[in-house]
Design a protein around this ligand. Structure first.
Ligand code: PLP
Length: 267
């Protein structure tokens, strides 16, 4: 059952295979009982085997979508995914700074296949326009390295990268550090406090969309309103683990995570 008071907006790219991007975000919102809206930033041509083209929309048409939906149905939470280029980040960032709801910034740079989804110039624009207003930023190891300039090789460099992102103005940081000591490590920094969230590593080829699904589920739990950030993140990480375990085997490449595996726990 969807709670029509819990409205979440994703500003993201389209993945026509339905595993990642705004399609994944909307599926997660629905699965967790949140009313989802989407502003499209770019189109990818892709399937589970790879991305062959990326076509970024003009800032004008992106801002027109944003204005149309936000003036009509104000979101409780906004999530951003692939933004395309520096100008899109800048223009969207300026509009978002006038909207007071929490923003979950997933700084998507490349697809799981290693295909660039955004231009190189996007880094400085993230630092200037989006990170300072992030309630939460959710980089993976590669994204955190590119944004912070810190090479992450262990716990202490992971913390150094997190501190740099906080200095840029992010209120909270969820660093998806990936595999360490055979387990998946997530570091959640809330002010000076850092929690480690660890899940077993699943050796599976069905992780397409896992980053989008994690950020979208945290946004959904926040939109539902009664959980604090730490519980929203813990539920998000647990949900992605469930979605990877639920092995869809769809497609001939990296199979999409299966959001039907995420339990719609009652709050
Ligand atoms: N956004 C779009 C439009 C994509 O196509 C992709 C990957 O292909 C992503 C985001 C990131 O996907 P993932 O969650 O697998 O990192």
């Amino acid at each position: 059952m969807v709670n029509m008071d819990a409205v979440a907006l994703t500003i993201a790219g389209s993945d026509p295979s339905g595993g990642a991007g705004l399609q994944a975000d909307l599926k997660v919102f629905q699965q967790l009982g949140v009313y989802g809206m989407s502003v499209v930033t770019l189109l990818t041509v892709q399937n589970t085997q790879g991305v062959t083209e990326v076509d970024v929309f003009s800032p004008e048409i992106i801002l027109a979508q944003l204005q149309a939906v936000c003036s009509d149905i104000p979101p409780k939470v906004i999530k951003t995914g692939a933004m395309g280029n520096a100008r899109v980040v800048e223009e969207v960032g300026k509009v978002l700074s006038g909207i007071t709801c929490p923003k979950v910034i997933d700084p998507v740079l490349v697809s799981k296949h290693g295909h660039a989804l955004v231009a190189d110039d996007v880094i400085g624009s993230y630092i200037e326009h989006l990170i300072p207003q992030a309630f939460l930023i959710t980089p993976n190891r590669h994204e955190a390295e590119r944004l912070s300039g810190v090479k992450i090789v262990d716990r202490s460099t992971a913390l150094e990268a997190i501190r740099q992102l906080q200095r840029f103005g992010a209120s909270n940081v969820l660093l998806k550090a990936g595999c360490m000591e055979n387990q998946q490590y997530h570091f959640l920094a809330m002010g000076s406090d850092v929690e480690e969230i660890v899940t077993p590593t699943i050796l599976a080829n069905n992780t397409h969309g896992s980053g989008c699904v994690l950020a979208a589920s945290i946004a959904a739990w926040l939109a539902l309103g009664e959980l604090g950030l730490e519980n929203a993140v813990r539920r998000g990480v647990e949900g992605v683990y469930q979605a990877i375990q639920c092995n869809s085997q769809l497609g001939k490449g990296i199979h999409p995570v299966d959001v039907r595996g995420m339990s719609q726990q009652t709050i």
